[in-house]
Design a binder for this molecule. Structure first.
Ligand code: 5GP
Ligand code: MG
Length: 470
């Protein structure tokens, strides 16, 4: 299983490894566990990948080596991994050699019928080195007797879940977005060639001209004749992951026609309309809630301050394995500015609450610095259901919103008041209707069959405690 991750493809460009490096650097926020690039000159494939950030994995020499045999195409990947599948064999892109084809694949997302497909393929003789969607796709592809494109279409139709794939053959590149379009994928023109990436910020980095988003259920093929669109699923409204706008994507990216900064700013404004509370300072939690805090302060007519400083060198707090480590990581990442806090009433605006670690720790810190009142406003709804499509909240036991009412959460995190943006408010802020988005984590209405997770969800139904009234 993969998670959000960043995928990239380049078709017909000079020094594709160099360009892939720059584009992956712009996609770094989508995955920090590992990075990789594969290139081809139409004859042979070369690649390099390892654990670490893009700049740690590749030095100039490694990039020059990849670019030395005049390659024209590349695929690249940055990987976001949960602790348990962060193993060396899962690092992407993956290269496959078969009598019928050689190809390199990278992907993101989560295949919900992975276990069944993996089991069936093993029974037919496949051997797996990884737990990656790429390997499932490679085995499905070569098992199919047709030519490449129909084989790809048919293989995709056996997958259920959220995914993007970028597949590079010797002289062709394919970009695929799942039928619901859970995660973003777009492409642009770069000189005589093309670039496809999870987010448009990677296109901007290369100076490419944005062409369009890949549509849900679409395969975009790049070959010597140009660009061709094929479908493997009917054209229908997608179910874009709301967390892309709320948290994942970079504010300078445009996802399905909506700029992410603008989206966040508007969620903040809507949040203020729903639940503004008086205070001395509105303070956004860096980095992902800053735009929402700006919108909130603007709409509420309250003063905004950068009252929390983020250490530029800190690592990730969210993915640390234990609560104690996560708390410590938050403390190392974020520090309040004492003079803005001491004796003041503050409103902290964050983008989301998952386990509650971040906001609980922040409240503790600002109280220690003398805050008189601490209000918390969250620019997304309360999460009540685990996500199986890639957002790292599938551990139900950790999900504070699944266990507690809003008042229960307020009490546990120690806030004077707490409010979440409503789901209608969120959709209104984004200008999207509820049937254009995935609302699963807020409503437990999952837009696909759950397959491997069906039993898990059934078991939750039994254990679920009715919400206490306050
Ligand atoms: P919590 O600390 O409540 O567990 O998580 C919420 C905080 O983590 C928010 O500040 C939000 O910006 C961030 N966050 C939310 N979802 C994710 C995710 O899937 N991955 C990572 N790394 N951070 C997240
Ligand atoms: Mg955050």
């Amino acid at each position: 299983m993969n998670h959000e991750c960043g995928v990239l493809g380049l078709y017909n460009v000079q020094k594709p490894a160099n360009k892939a490096y720059n584009a992956l650097y712009a996609l770094q926020h989508r995955g920090q566990e590992s990075a990789g690039i594969f290139v081809t000159n139409g004859e042979s494939f070369q690649g390099y990948k390892n654990f670490g950030l893009v700049r740690q994995v590749f030095d100039e020499e490694a990039i020059d080596r990849l670019d030395q045999n005049e390659p024209r195409h590349a695929v690249g990947h940055v990987r976001y991994a949960g602790a348990k599948d962060n193993i060396v064999s899962n690092i992407q892109p993956m290269f496959f050699r078969h009598l019928r084809a050689e190809f390199a694949i990278c992907s993101n997302g989560s295949i919900l019928n992975y276990d069944k497909l993996n089991h069936d393929l093993q029974n037919q003789g496949s051997i797996f080195q990884s737990t990656s969607n790429c390997e499932i796709m490679a085995h499905l592809l070569v098992r199919n007797s047709g030519t490449f494109l129909p084989a790809l279409q048919e293989s995709l139709n056996t997958l259920v879940g959220s995914y993007c794939f970028v597949i590079m053959r010797k002289n062709r590149l394919y970009a695929v977005r799942d039928p619901k379009g859970f995660m973003p994928l777009c492409y642009g023109k770069l000189g005589d060639g093309y670039v496809v990436a999870s987010e448009s910020c990677a296109l901007d980095m290369l100076g490419a001209e944005f062409v369009r988003d890949v549509e849900p259920g679409e395969i975009v093929e790049f070959n010597k004749d140009g660009v061709r669109s094929h479908r493997f699923a009917p054209k229908q409204a997608g179910a874009i992951c709301l967390m892309e706008y709320i948290y994942f994507a970079r504010p300078d990216s445009t996802v399905d026609g909506l700029n992410v900064h603008q989206a966040r700013y508007q969620t903040g404004m809507e949040l203020a309309r729903e639940s503004a509370v008086d205070c001395d300072w509105v303070i956004g939690v860096p980095d992902s809630a800053l735009a929402a805090a700006q919108g909130y302060a603007q709409a509420a007519g309250l003063p905004l301050q950068s009252g929390l400083i983020k250490n530029k060198y800190s690592g990730r707090s969210f993915i640390e394995p234990t609560n104690q480590k996560r708390r410590l990581a938050v403390q190392m990442k974020l520090s309040p500015i004492r003079y803005l806090i001491d004796g003041k009433s503050v409103t902290l605006v964050d983008d989301s609450i998952v386990r509650g670690t971040t906001v609980r720790q922040l409240i503790k810190m600002v109280r220690e610095f003398g805050a008189r009142e601490v209000h918390v406003r969250i620019a997304s709804p309360k999460m009540i259901g685990p996500c199986f499509y890639g957002v790292d909240s599938s551990d139900y036991n950790d999900l504070i919103g699944a266990k507690k009412s809003i008042e229960g959460i307020r009490e546990e995190i120690g806030a004077d008041s707490l409010a979440f943006l409503s789901l209608p408010g969120l959709c209104k802020a984004l200008g999207l209707s509820q049937d254009q988005v995935c609302t699963a984590c807020y409503t437990e209405k999952y837009p696909t069959d759950l397959h491997d997770f069906e039993d898990f969800v059934q078991s939750l139904e039994v254990k679920k405690v009715p919400e206490r009234w306050y």
